[in-house]
Design a protein around this ligand. Sequence first.
Ligand code: ATP
Ligand code: MG
Length: 753
Amino acid sequence: MDTYLERLNPEQREAVESLDGPVLVLAGAGTGKTRVLTTRFAHILLSGRASPGQVLAVTFTNKAAREMRERVGHLLQRPVEGLWLGTFHALCARMLRRHAEYVGLTSSFTILDTDDQLRLLKQVMELHRIDAKRWPPPGLMGAIQRWKDRGLTPDRITPSEDTDFAGGKARQIYADYQERLAQLNAADFGDLMLHIVEILRTRPDVLAQYHRFFRYILVDEYQDTNTIQYLWLRLLAKREGAAANICCVGDDDQSIYSWRGAEVENILRFEKDFPGAKIVKLESNYRSTAPILAAASGLIAHNEGRLGKTLRPGRNDAEGEKVLVASVWDSDEEARMVGERIEQLQRDDHRLSEMAILVRAGFQTRAFEERMITLGLPYKVVGGLRFYERQEIRDAIAYMRVMNQPSDDLAFERIVNVPRRGVGDVAMQALHMAARSERIPMTAAVLKLLADGTLKGRVREQLGLLMTALGHGREALAQASDEALLAGPSHVRVVEALLEDAGYVAMWKKDKSPDAPGRLDNLKELVRALVEFDTLGGFLEHVSLVMENDENAGADRVNIMTLHGAKGLEFDSVFLPGWEEGLFPSQRTLDEGGNKGLEEERRLAYVGITRARKRALISHAANRRIYANWQSSVPSRVVEELPEEHGEHRGAAAGARELSRSAPPVFGSQFGGQFPLMARRPRTAEAWEQPARPSRAGGIAVGARVFHQKFGYGVVTGADDSKLDVEFDKAGLKRVLDSYVEPVIGSDSGAPS
Ligand code: ATP
Ligand code: MG
């Protein structure tokens, strides 16, 4: 029998082997839903039911997509290429590029980031003479996004849907905003789904093509799909005269994105929409120890609107340490305590990458980041675009965007005067006027005003140089794409040349401020990132889609992320700070009142606790700085709801309140030594699920067998700093960054045979 099926319990096997017709797996945290989906993927391929390109698989994050690709590769013992595997947005972007013309775009359309979206919306609002102080643009942006999440194009918005925004102008502004996007050959994030659903709804030929194409559809984290994602899935899955081969896995108790339009009701509709659906329940949790499970189950039992599921320990070593609840004086104390725990775990040979600090709100990460830096503990903020958010990176990307797509006005406006080219208000106005009256992109307007002599003096000279640099780049790029297959990625050289010729690099070289050298290093790193892509377009797409910080992926680092971002992940040790009223549950939830918001916060707490395999430490501080002010706070009601017998409370915030601010750290010492949380336990994770990833400190030796996301398996033939020469089985000799390859250890680390 196939060994990969032996690694499943009978219910899981049933879900994997029921290949004909719709399947819904509804089960609690850690019961192997994702494992079912991954195994089902491999099973479809191994049983010859479909080729890799005929399976459509949706994950909630890019990271999850990467993991699934890796695991399917392990199961198949070969890298799998050409998969339709990714997040809803990534998959829709890919589809939309194939059919962009149906919605008035070209296939090279730009995907706008949130800054650009807002800037564009502001411009549209200005044309309508709407007072941005009275009607803040972000509010309307949110409303537009909600509409898009529900599949509502401007013409589908009924008067009753229209908000009272700016005296009922919202719908019109939305329509104008969409028109402006089309003129710019751009799509915002919501459009990726909106457009493709519109195409599938109105073009039966396109839909039929995908029906022929996708034989199987797999969806993870189904409880968090919103209406438009649901519409998309339904369109693709339901076909005339054939059963829908769709398999969705989800957990209503982990529905945490209703604020972004997710509809947990989609789970309930599944049986109605897909008659004859097989519903599979999984009840054994293989992730967490018994006390962790009991704490999580006891907590979620306080929610009323539940489908109700049983969850029992499925591991034989499932006894373990109680969930710890620590009260501390303030957020600094909290960060210190967490830092100490992490150091101690590290001394006891635990890997940093097996620890996670999960926060409720983004601002909480700062204290922990600073603490990690102070202690010299490597960490990564997962889910934040830290690198790509830096000013110089955004500038450089804007340059690339304009080169890639001359009609990208937003990017052009960002760089037209960076470095300073003497483009003042008057010149800008002339450019805007020319662009608007002729309905041409800004870059075309520049060329026009250069040609007819409107621009003079320094502006003329400088913009001339800029346009030349962009033009050369574009030309070289066009040639490069022909040569790319032979000569390797020459777009990298093109970008380097552009940033030099446009004077951008020189600007930072001239800059005498202390952070200028760091910025130049960042630009170099950006160029290094480009090397990983075959085309500039591919890279830009990546930047606009990637939600997580990929640098040094695989290195041993503590994970810092939001609870929302941690969905589906697991770690040996999980730190859950800031469980205080007003923070978790959030102030907003408390202000809104009612039970709905509180239940979602409770689900979020449930998600948090169930990320832990072996230990969970919840903490709450008696004092917290909210912006500039200190506030005293009370423990979260969620803490009070934890079942007593499975948790252990440490520290006493009440007592701590009386201590002066300068008192020596009380809990740092109290929590040292034989803190029960720290008892050592042998690692029991299976090799199959946790492919060993040795730290990169020693580098990867010549002769080692490795796996690369894109090029597959190969052998290292040379190493130089962070670069490796690898002879790939399929792709031949390539030079790659070591952080992108995984060592393959022995013959037993890959897939079972
Ligand atoms: P979540 O709801 O958090 O997304 P999940 O239901 O997707 O969880 P998985 O992540 O697939 O659960 O599995 C949780 C852990 O249990 C993983 O480490 C997985 O390898 C392990 N696991 C799943 N099924 C089995 C099994 N039959 N035997 C042993 N371990 C298993
Ligand atoms: Mg999962």
